[in-house]
Structure formats: structure tokens, C-alpha cells
Design a protein around this ligand. Structure first.
Ligand SMILES: [Zn+2]
Length: 279
């Protein structure tokens, strides 16, 4: 499943191709993905210029100029890929790919959305509607943004009995930290994933906040190098696998202390951790 680093990689890949270009056509191959797609609002984007490609949590935000300053929200779901291709204005339009559900024609750039399992999403809102949009309105801050720091994490953990790893993965507290990155951050900070959030000291919160940012930045850097004139999301998150210190290393020696890495299951998700050096 694409996590925040993969979505950010798609954003940075797509941005230079789309910003400044005018949308010529939107084509829907079906009426819905996870939810119905707003055909009329998408038609209204035609003729407008893309002015920014932003990201909020795991949503890509394609911002357009003109009345209402509309924004197309794109979510990759579990298997979605947003591909940007350089195309010739004069050649015949490229053929549909398998599982291609919508495309946006920006003249010499073609955006295709390919999603075998169709858990992805496409919606449109005005800039004013974004802060209260049902998909975005109740989200916590961005882990790489200015709001998330030691003090924030310390405040957010006070009085909370929930396991610290679960708290990190709660989008109402903090967005974009999935299972892999939560395990990795706990290992790097030397904190056991099942510790009650409220038991973390101020120093442990500081170490964990740093670890969260570092693991996400490294993952973004690892994903950000593989794009040319074609951008998308890897079929799986495998390209970051070489950077993982603890995830999926059950039974292997810990890279910090040599103890054997353990795996436990919490709420149906695997947690990897080391009893030797995580307190
Ligand atoms: Zn260890």
C-alpha cells in the first residue's frame, strides 16, 4: 500500500510536469472508484491551469486557477498509481492501460490513474471547502510539517493508555505514519512499540519525533531518485526495503545490539521490535 513517502514521491515527480499546464480534457472510464467520481465538477476543471501539486496526508491535491480555485483530490488507495507521461500533441491518444480508470489530458502531458483493486479516490473541492472536506477535515498534523515536534508528541501522549505505536498510526493524532514506519521509528528511538503512550518521558518523545521525521525523509529520498519522464508508485514499497532496520527481520540479529528481532501481532498488524535495546 502506498504510504506517505510514496505519495510524496509521486507529488514531487508530477509537480514539474503539471504546474503551469492547462487541462484540456478529463476522461472517466467508469463512474466510481472507492466512491463515485464527480463528473460535472471534473468537467468544470477543463480549460483551467494547474497552479500547484500539493499533498495532505496521503491525498494528492491538484490545484487549479479560476473561480473557486478548485482542487482535485487523488488518493492512491491500496494499489493505485498516478502516471504522468510525456505525449505528443499530434500523435493519436495513447491506448488505455489495463485497470486505467481516469485520465487527464494536459496537452503534452497525460495523467493516467491505474488501480487494479479500485480503492483509490478522485474528488473535487473548492479551496475554501478543503479544510472541512469530509476526507481531510479531521486529520492531525503532517509529520514533516512545523506543527509536529517533541512538544506536540509529548502533549499528544499525555493521559493516553494506547500503545505508542498505535498512537503514531492514528491519523487524528498524526497523519501518514503507517505500520512499517511506526515500527522503524520505535526501533530507532529505542522505545518498545507496546509501551503505553502516556509512559513516555519527554526525552523519549523527543527521540521518537526525530525518528519519525528521519525515517520518512529517508524513505522519500530513496523513492525520489527513480523517476524520469514517467512518474508513479512502485508496485510495492520494496525500494525502501534496504533501509529497513527492524521491519520484517524477525529472527535476525538486531542491527544495534545483536539480540534476536521479535514479531508480535497487534490489531492484525505485525510489529517488529527488539527486546534487547527497546525499553
Ligand atoms: Zn536491539
Amino acid at each position: 500500500m502506498p504510504e506517505l513517502p510514496e505519495v510524496e514521491t509521486v507529488r514531487t515527480g508530477a509537480e514539474p510536469h503539471l504546474v503551469g499546464r492547462r487541462l484540456h480534457a478529463v476522461e472517466l472510464m467508469r463512474e466510481d472508484l472507492r466512491w463515485p467520481m464527480p463528473r460535472a465538477a471534473l468537467e468544470d476543471l477543463k480549460g483551467r491551469r494547474c497552479v500547484a501539486v500539493d499533498r495532505r496526508s496521503k491525498y494528492l491535491l491538484l490545484r487549479f486557477d479560476g473561480p473557486g480555485q478548485p482542487v482535485a483530490l487523488v488518493h492512491l488507495g491500496m494499489t493505485g498509481r498516478m502516471l504522468v507521461e510525456v505525449t505528443s500533441r499530434t500523435a493519436a491518444r495513447p491506448e488505455l492501460r489495463k485497470h486505467e480508470h481516469w485520465r487527464m489530458d494536459f496537452g503534452d502531458r497525460l495523467v493516467r490513474f491505474v488501480d487494479p483493486r479500485r480503492f483509490g479516490a478522485l474528488d473535487v473541492a473548492t479551496t475554501d471547502e478543503l479544510p472541512t472536506h469530509p476526507l481531510l477535515g479531521r486529520l492531525g498534523p503532517e509529520p514533516l510539517g512545523p506543527e509536529f515536534d517533541d512538544a506536540f508528541l509529548h502533549r499528544a501522549t499525555r493521559g493516553r493508555k494506547v500503545a505508542i505505536k498505535q498512537l503514531l498510526m492514528d491519523a487524528k493524532v498524526l497523519v501518514g505514519v503507517g505500520n512499517i514506519y511506526a515500527s522503524e521509528a520505535c526501533w530507532r528511538a529505542g522505545v518498545r512499540p507496546r509501551r503505553a503512550a502516556r509512559s513516555l518521558t519527554r526525552a523519549e518523545c523527543a527521540a521518537l519525533a526525530t525518528a519519525v521525521r528521519k525515517v520518512l525523509r529517508e524513505a522519500i529520498a530513496a523513492g525520489g531518485t527513480s523517476f524520469r519522464d514517467y512518474v508513479g508508485v512502485a508496485e510495492d514499497a520494496g525500494y525502501f526495503a534496504r533501509e529497513l532496520r527492524v521491519y520484517e527481520r524477525e529472527g535476525a540479529p538486531c542491527r544495534r545490539c545483536g539480540a534476536i528481532v521479535r514479531r508480535t501481532t497487534d490489531a492484525g498488524r505485525s510489529t517488529y521490535w527488539c527486546a534487547g535495546c527497546q525499553r
